[in-house]
Design a protein around this ligand. Structure first.
Ligand SMILES: [Fe+2]
Ligand SMILES: [Fe+2]
Length: 253
C-alpha cells in the first residue's frame, strides 16, 4: 500500500503510512501516520505486531531508518503499541512518548528496561521538531483510555485523534477521506458508545481544544475528516452520550 502525504511543504510533512485491509489484516484495521520534519520522523501510533513490516517499508521510503527518532503511543492498546519492540530493534534510541499510567505495562510487550521512554504527565506536553515546528500532545483521558493523548501538529493544523473518530468501515467500503459524513456516523456510533468512558470526558476534551484551528482530523481507525467534516465530527461528538451515561452493559434493560 502506498504512502500518502496528507499535508506537506517547507521540509515538513504529515503522512499516512497505510491502513490494513480489513479483509487481509489480522485484527482491527488501523491507520498509521508520521510527521516528517527536516528528514526526521515522529510516528503516531506505530501499530500492532503484524503492521510493523508494512509501516517500516512505507516510512523508510521517506526517511532513513536511523532518522525514525520518535513515536507517540496515544495509549496502551496492542493495535497501538505491540510493534514497539520491533521498532526499537531497528532504532534503539527512538524516544517513545506515552502516558505515565502505562509505563509499567510496557514490559509486557517485551520492552527492554532501558527503553528510551518519555512519560507524558496528565496535562500533556509540547515538543519541538528539528525545524522548531511544534507538536502538542493534548490530553484526551477517558477517550477511550484513562491515560490517553491526541497529537496536534501546529504547522499543518492536523489533529491526530487516536481512537477518537474511529470507524469500523465494512470491508470494501473504506476510503482514505470521509465522503458521506451521515453514512460514516453509522460506522462510528457503536465504538464510541461502548469504548469512551463518559460524556463528561468528551465535553472536557472539546473544551480543551476549543478555538484550535484544525484543518483535518486523522483517526487511528477509519477515514480522515477534512473541510466541513472536521466541525461536523466535533458537533456529532458533542451531542453523543457514551459509556455508562448511554447504558449499563450487562445489566437488565
Ligand atoms: Fe484503543
Ligand atoms: Fe485503536
Amino acid at each position: 500500500m502506498e504512502t500518502v502525504p496528507i499535508s506537506s511543504g517547507d521540509g515538513h510533512q504529515f503522512v499516512w503510512l497505510g491502513s490494513g485491509d480489513p479483509q487481509v489484516e489480522k485484527g482491527i484495521a488501523s491507520n498509521q501516520y508520521a510527521i516528517i520534519d527536516s528528514g526526521e520522523a515522529l510516528l503516531l501510533d506505530p501499530g500492532g505486531y503484524h503492521t510493523f513490516a508494512r509501516v517500516f517499508a512505507n516510512v523508510t521510503k521517506l526517511v532513513k531508518p536511523e532518522k525514525i527518532t520518535r513515536a507517540l503511543l496515544s495509549h496502551q492498546d496492542p493495535d497501538v503499541a505491540a510493534s514497539i519492540v520491533s521498532w526499537l530493534e531497528i532504532q534503539p534510541n527512538m524516544e517513545i512518548y506515552l502516558s505515565t499510567l502505562w509505563d509499567r505495562f510496557l514490559p509486557h510487550f517485551a520492552l527492554p528496561g532501558d527503553a528510551p521512554t518519555v512519560l507524558l504527565p496528565d496535562e500533556g506536553k509540547t515538543i519541538a521538531l528539528p525545524s522548531g515546528a511544534r507538536v502538542r500532545f493534548i490530553p484526551a483521558h477517558g477517550l477511550h483510555s484513562p491515560g490517553n493523548f491526541v497529537a496536534y501538529d501546529e504547522k499543518t493544523r492536523i489533529l491526530f485523534s487516536g481512537d477518537l473518530g474511529a470507524a469500523m468501515v465494512p470491508a470494501g467500503e473504506w476510503k482514505l477521506f470521509v465522503e458521506d459524513f451521515t453514512k460514516h456516523t453509522v460506522y462510528m456510533d457503536g465504538f464510541h458508545r461502548r469504548f469512551l468512558a463518559s460524556t463528561k470526558a468528551i465535553h472536557a476534551f472539546l473544551k480543551r481544544i476549543e478555538g484550535l484551528p484544525i484543518d483535518m482530523i486523522c483517526p487511528q481507525h477509519g477515514s480522515i475528516f477534512r473541510g466541513g467534516d472536521v466541525q461536523r465530527f466535533l458537533a456529532w461528538l458533542s451531542k453523543l452520550e457514551v459509556g455508562f451515561d448511554f447504558r449499563s452493559w450487562g445489566d437488565a434493560g
